[in-house]
Design a protein around this ligand. Structure first.
Ligand code: 13P
Length: 254
């Protein structure tokens, strides 16, 4: 691993404000403070728990992320949340283009590009998620699919801004399945992602899809893989802390 490792928990639609406070307290107790010297650790709760999590992480080096953002600044967009609203809580990162948002809420590449630009305009760092379906995977089309998604997501974005962004490669067939991609295969798709857009060679590229304590060390040992976007395992403080520790050790070993 050659770039600063980055471990983010995507809590998806889990945790109320009250339960989030408990989980943050457990995470704070489980991650030794010295870990933060070498690893960025980010929590992405649902919108309604942002305020609780912002309070609960105060005084620690945990950082706050959101799971989505509107492409619009303000206006008559019922149910949407804008970048300035996220900034009010001290949010630094936003997951953009998660496969669940693409699949269930019909988010398409053009909208994702608008969200990426909106984030960067406000100094929010997008965590741009890309990934191929099982059918695309077996047809040998993973690289083609994800490099297409990544070019669209960063269309018109200056390379200086591209390198500040974070990318998460999350093969759809691995998400929530219990089985991750192989470290070699994930690293090779990430290498293709990096070469698709100027600036990405310096950006942090994460792997996501059933990353857990049992497979994190092998995935993070790949020089192309700078960290993880963790779903299920981020809801358990002990598992999440173990993954952070694997990231810390991967830096020490490199
Ligand atoms: P799991 O870690 O639960 O597979 O989820 C991955 C993911 O979608 C993170 O954004």
């Amino acid at each position: 691993m050659t770039r600063r490792p980055f471990i983010a928990g995507n809590w998806k639609m889990h945790q109320t404000g009250a339960s989030a406070r408990v989980l943050v307290a457990e995470i704070r107790a489980a991650i030794p403070p010295h870990s933060y010297a070498n690893v960025d650790v980010v929590l992405c709760p649902p919108y309604t728990a942002l305020a609780s999590v912002a309070q609960a992480i105060a005084g620690s080096e945990l950082q706050l992320g959101a799971q989505d953002v509107s492409a619009h600044e303000w206006g008559a967009y019922t149910a949407q949340i804008s970048a300035p609203m996220l900034l009010e809580f001290g949010t630094r990162y936003v997951i953009v283009g998660h496969s669940e948002c693409r699949a269930y809420f019909d988010q398409h590449d053009e909208q994702i590009n608008a969200k990426v630009r909106r984030c960067l305009q406000h100094g929010l760092i997008p965590i741009v998620a890309v990934g191929e379906t099982h059918e695309e995977h077996v047809a040998g089309k993973a690289r083609e699919r994800v490099t297409g998604q990544i070019r669209e997501a960063f269309a018109g974005v200056a390379s200086g801004d591209v390198e500040r962004a974070v990318v998460a490669y999350e093969p759809l067939w691995a998400i929530g399945s219990g089985t991750s991609d192989t470290p070699e295969q994930a690293a090779s798709v990430i290498a293709a992602i990096r070469s698709a857009v100027p600036g990405l060679e310096r950006a942090r590229c994460l792997y996501g899809g059933s990353m857990k304590p049992e497979n994190a060390a092998a995935l993070l040992a790949q020089p192309e893989i700078d960290g993880g976007l963790i779903g299920g395992a981020s809801l358990n403080a002990h598992s999440f802390a173990q993954i952070v520790d694997h990231a810390r050790k991967a830096v020490a070993a490199s």
